[in-house]
Design a protein around this ligand. Structure first.
Ligand SMILES: [Zn+2]
Length: 225
């Protein structure tokens, strides 16, 4: 039941994310443009965007916290020291569809070395031009958590009101199932401010309004093409 050798049911969520407070996903060393400084926000073709991997990471962390109890009983998470690897691969795959095999919702949704995830995140791209501002920051000494010599540094943020659109692809997820419901809950949590996206969230950055604009089975999507 966990193997994805059959795509029985694929649906697409078109999601829109509008930031209510400034947002910052730093380019850092992962920046695509080597001419951008380290304090810039991540951009694609000169425009800020939200990498699908960033959104997936945030969803995964919150869904893992939500199912912390279930993770104790999970074949992968619940067994200390059990991580699928070359040696135990055969055991893992043999037990995959066996009686009593239990995967927690985060494992079922996001997968591991041997199981494909069931949700894919596209990059979220701008719908309309966005403003970028430069903010003054104060360096924090992580050891003492005090401002380190009041050292100032500037960093880019995306101003509130930027609209990003992207897609989640849901594979073999039953709408009555807890994995599906957990994903829906994450959209609510974005709107409640429980989930914030990007960096400096403790300073109030990264609050978003999320709208699930369209949810359709892939069969419908194919008819439209
Ligand atoms: Zn698990």
């Amino acid at each position: 039941m966990y193997a994805l050798d059959r795509y029985e049911n694929i649906s697409s969520w078109k999601l829109k994310l509008v930031n209510k407070t400034a947002m910052r996903i730093g380019a850092g060393h992962a920046g695509l443009d080597p001419t951008e400084p380290d304090n810039s926000v991540i951009k694609q073709n000169g425009k800020p965007f939200i990498p699908g991997s960033s959104l997936k990471g945030v969803f995964r962390a919150h869904i893992e916290a939500l199912f912390s109890e279930e993770r104790h009983h999970c074949f992968v998470c619940g067994k200390r020291g059990f991580a699928p690897n070359k040696e135990n691969r055969a055991l893992f795959l043999r037990e995959l569809d066996g009686e009593g095999f239990k995967l927690c919702p985060p494992c079922a949704l996001f997968g591991n070395e041997f199981i494909q995830g069931r949700v894919y995140f596209s990059d979220f791209l701008l719908d309309r031009p966005a403003s970028i501002a430069i903010r003054d920051g104060v360096g924090i000494d992580r050891a003492t958590e005090t401002a380190a010599n009041q050292k100032k540094y500037d960093y880019e943020v995306v101003e509130p009101g930027a609209a990003f659109s992207g897609e989640l692809l849901l594979i073999n997820l039953n709408q009555a199932g807890e994995e599906y419901r957990a994903l829906k809950l994450m959209v609510e949590w974005i709107n409640l401010g429980i989930i914030r996206i990007g960096g400096s969230v403790s300073r109030g950055l990264g609050r978003f309004e999320a709208t699930l604009e369209e949810e359709m089975p892939l069969g419908e999507a194919m008819k439209r093409v």
